[in-house]
Ligand binder design. Structure first.
Ligand code: ATP
Ligand code: MG
Length: 397
């Protein structure tokens, strides 16, 4: 019996011009993934459903991939049958046999979008349910608390029968919105922040500030692996590694010790702004969450924010650490993030950083630096890692 993958997408409230772009991008993103798994397949979209037809049967691998495609609200592998009760019944019986155990309570749920079909949805459910009970005498019907649910959809051309619906990643397809830059430290928060914005359809580039020899190559490698994890969701992400050592040493030598963290953070933002402009990236993303550490009090955030005119997105700003950790675990960045390799901020953190820094004082202190020179030197030496070249190996291993 023929099988087909049915993909349904959310964001149904999308209006007008946005919708065709959403659909086109989603199909393109799905296509890229399926290509890696199936040799031959046809993908088509009709009536707000994306269909994948293929002779291949590696649905397990496909399922793992589809779960990471933003824009999908849910999907299923269904039997595709003629719109005849006998065929639908046969498919429903196979669906049942795949999941049934002795005494299993089941329910048939029918949706009939072809209103010309001779039977109404409840009648179809009843009829098929009876046939299943006749075939499997140890099963029983329970409409309120079924252990298995067999779904039947009667559509224009065919009927579809399936026993499992898999939840998708939700959000908007990567690429429907602008490109933005995530500042990736290697900690728990920033990969989650990047993931959350990618889920809103942006494409990402990432910037990491490294301070060798104070920070080891292992710290950078950790960030590279975090980027690879994010690529599983957000397509390609170019990583820019900025050598931050000279800047941090100069700040430490010249500025008030309690201001070093904030001044360092402002320098990061200024460099990120320059790289973003070159890359046509429209905004910055950080993993800041209000009150989490000294550099994230309201006054500290005001000082950091004032270093750029660019939009800074802080998707974690109102979240508790626990909730952030839960997302990090779900997207599998947590284990990488907690590997104990120091990042440049930890190395240079003063014992008593300013908790309520005043912007005027910070700006005054910054005047001791030859900022233009430091920034252009850092940008000149930036290392760019483009993982797309390795994408064959990356996203699907
Ligand atoms: P994270 O868990 O993301 O490291 P954090 O709670 O440790 O965040 P901070 O160290 O104050 O917070 O950093 C705040 C944000 O600044 C980070 O989420 C990240 O976006 C950015 N950032 C900090 N250090 C770096 C770095 N070395 N490279 C790139 N971005 C950084
Ligand atoms: Mg950190």
């Amino acid at each position: 019996m023929k099988k087909v993958v049915l993909i349904k997408f959310g964001e149904l409230f999308l209006k007008g011009l946005n919708r065709p772009k959403f659909e086109r991008t989603l199909v393109k993103n799905i296509q890229k993934r399926v290509k890696k798994i199936f040799d031959n397949f046809i993908i088509k979209i009709s009536d707000s459903i994306i269909y994948i037809f293929s002779e291949s049967e590696n649905y397990g691998k496909l399922e793992r991939e589809l779960k990471k495609v933003f824009g999908i609200s849910n999907f299923c592998v269904a039997f595709l049958v003629k719109k005849q009760i006998e065929d639908i019944t046969q498919a429903a019986i196979i669906c049942c046999s795949e999941v049934k155990q002795i005494g299993t309570a089941f329910k048939i749920k029918t949706k009939r979008s072809d209103k010309n079909f001779k039977l109404k949805s409840p009648e179809i459910s009843k009829l098929i349910g009876k046939s299943i009970l006749k075939k499997y005498k140890d099963l029983r019907v329970d409409l309120l608390k079924p252990q298995i649910e067999i779904s039947i959809e009667i559509r224009e051309e065919y009927a579809f029968v399936y026993n499992k619906i898999t939840k998708g990643a939700g959000g908007m397809p990567t690429g429907v919105s602008s490109k933005v830059t995530v500042l990736l430290s290697g900690g728990i928060d920033s990969p989650v922040a990047g993931y959350m914005m990618a889920r809103r359809g942006v494409s990402l580039i990432a910037i990491h500030f490294a301070s060798p020899p104070y920070t080891s190559y292992k710290a950078q490698n950790k960030v590279e692996r975090l980027v690879k994890k994010l690529i599983e969701y957000a397509e390609n992400i170019k990583l820019f590694v900025v050598k931050f050592t000279a800047i941090q040493e100069t700040i430490e030598k010249n500025c008030n010790i309690e201001n070093t963290t904030i001044i360092g953070r402002r320098m990061m933002i200024k460099i990120a702004e320059k790289i973003s402009n070159n890359e046509n990236s429209k905004a910055l993303i950080t993993g800041e969450s209000l009150g989490q550490v000294a550099s994230q009090t309201m006054n500290s955030l005001i000082c950091t924010n004032a270093s750029t005119k660019m939009l800074v997105l802080r998707p974690l700003i109102g979240m508790d650490k626990n909730d952030i950790v839960n997302i990090a675990k779900k997207i599998e960045t947590f284990k990488i993030s907690i590997e104990p390799f120091e990042d440049c901020c930890t190395v240079f953190t003063p014992k008593h950083p300013a908790i309520n820094p005043k912007l005027e004082k910070i700006i005054e202190d910054e005047k001791k630096l030859n900022e233009t020179c430091l920034i252009s030197e850092a940008i000149k030496n930036v290392q760019i890692i483009d993982f797309d070249k390795f994408s064959e190996k990356l996203a699907f291993v």
